[in-house]
Design a protein around this ligand. Structure first.
Ligand SMILES: *Cc1c(COP(=O)(O)O)cnc(C)c1O
Length: 434
């Protein structure tokens, strides 16, 4: 090895650690890693004690216990928000918030095409029309520059998703909301403790919605919350999630304020959330540190483009670690083949979302009797063409995800991820031959 090459190789030491054994595991070589990543959820005695306290109290419902109410106060303090309303799950938090914002039949709601399907489903549940704003390739987020152009006189809400926990460009989107007088409902279901310019996401729009489903960074199996600084909005949300009962009605009160549903969280789940709260900040910091370290290594590998966060992002919640895989840097090897080769090296990743705007269930909903009654025929006919998202199509072809628990491992584990990806990149030529 020439001296110059030696110095370069030493500088890339963590990436080259496995170079002595270059043969890809999928082709019969030794895998880079054999150990598992940290499991999720993390629990200790606190969860057990919390659950037993609720069990023994015989107050299992929030209308007669106080576990949910106590947690709501703590979460509001943690986020710096005025009100937190717990709901049965993230989907029902979004459903509740859209109702409190007055979204209904005849309205349009701006959504991203790169998100979990629930973001779109809640729009359909309200017989509103989802209108897609194309994605920003580098950030994976709703492209804020394209939001204003999608607003019409039917637009009743903008629902940006802090995808993977990395904030959308809230400066731009909130400004569009203000100038067009359209409420912004943040889908923060993946963004617990994410920050935009030092403030927690989910607290900057008219409302923010969270999920505590089993995979999420704060977890009670199922669970959700609507967060808002607007007291009237909170009271409408509370009523809606409690079968429309007037807000201050206790127990079996039969004084109705609005329509609604039973979307209440149980006391058991409230206790679980309180127990998990003790770890949530330390876990968020660990993920953030590890993600940044991983990005510093992965950025050097040809064909690998780690997610970019906006300048206003003071912390991503890293529900997922996302990157784009460009097969051109990998001798033309497909993403699928790359993921299999990486998995053989002991590093599991997935290919993420497919384009929601192209889902047949959506076209079917729009062709249904109800939608045809509500919307002009021309609007429905032109919907497909108006909702093409070419950037997002490319993004969906290139996306690669690691789950959040991966980022709860140590720095040397991050080095192994980078080492495995670099190894597959170096061996991509061999991968293509077989
Ligand atoms: C998880 C999730 C939801 C729905 O939350 P549930 O608790 O599963 O109902 C909504 N939006 C996004 C972006 C999510 O990731």
């Amino acid at each position: 090895m020439k001296r110059r090459e030696f110095v370069a190789a030493a500088a890339a030491a963590p990436l080259m650690a496995g170079a002595a054994n270059g043969k890809l595991a999928i082709l019969g070589g030794e895998p880079v890693r054999k150990a598992a990543f940290p499991s999720w959820p993390v629990i200790d005695k606190t969860e057990e004690e919390g659950l037993m306290t609720v069990l023994r109290s015989k107050k299992w419902n929030r209308l007669n216990g106080n576990a949910v109410a106590n947690w709501e106060k703590d979460y509001a303090n943690l986020l710096g928000a005025k009100h937190v309303l717990a709901t049965a799950n993230g989907t029902s938090a979004l459903f509740t918030a859209l109702n409190a914002a007055g979204v209904g039949p005849g309205d349009e709601v701006l959504v991203p095409p790169y998100t979990f399907v629930a973001t779109i489903n809640v729009v359909l549940l309200n017989y509103a029309l989802p209108v897609f704003v194309d994605s920003d390739l580098e950030s994976f987020q709703m492209d804020a520059r394209k939001v204003a152009g999608r607003v019409t006189d039917r637009t009743a809400a903008i629902v940006p998703v802090h995808m993977a926990g990395g904030p959308v460009d809230l400066d731009t989107i909130l400004e569009v909301g203000r100038s067009k007088r359209v409420p912004v409902i943040e889908d923060a279901c993946q963004a617990h403790l994410g920050e935009w310019r030092g403030r927690k996401v989910g607290t900057l729009g008219q409302a923010g919605c969270f999920s505590f489903q089993a995979s999420k960074n704060l977890n009670s199996g199922e669970g959700g919350a609507v967060v808002t600084n607007d007291t009237a909005f909170y009271e409408r949300s509370h009523s809606f999630h409690n079968n429309g009962r007037a807000f201050r009605t206790k127990g079996d009160g039969f004084s109705y304020y609005s329509g609604g549903a039973n979307l209440r969280l149980t006391e058991f789940q409230g206790a679980l959330l309180s127990a998990q709260m003790a770890r949530v900040e330390a876990q968020a910091k660990l993920r953030d540190d590890n993600a940044k370290y991983l990005t510093s290594m992965l950025s050097k590998i040809p064909g690998i483009h780690p997610v970019k966060n906006y300048e206003g992002c003071t912390r991503s919640a890293w529900h997922l670690y996302m990157l784009r895989f460009d097969s051109q840097g990998f001798a033309g090897v497909s993403r699928d083949r790359f993921l299999k080769a990486l998995s053989a090296e002991g590093i599991k990743a997935s290919s993420g979302y497919s384009p929601l705007n192209k889902e047949p269930f959506l076209a079917n909903a729009l062709a249904s009797k109800g939608y045809k009654r509500i919307y002009p025929e021309k609007l429905l006919r032109e919907w497909k063409e108006r909702n093409e998202c070419p950037v997002n199509d490319k993004l969906c072809d290139q996306g690669v995800w690691f789950t959040q628990n991966t980022l709860l491992a140590g720095r040397s584990d991050m080095e192994q991820i980078a080492e495995a990806i670099a190894k597959v990149q170096r061996g991509a030529g061999d991968l293509r031959k077989v």
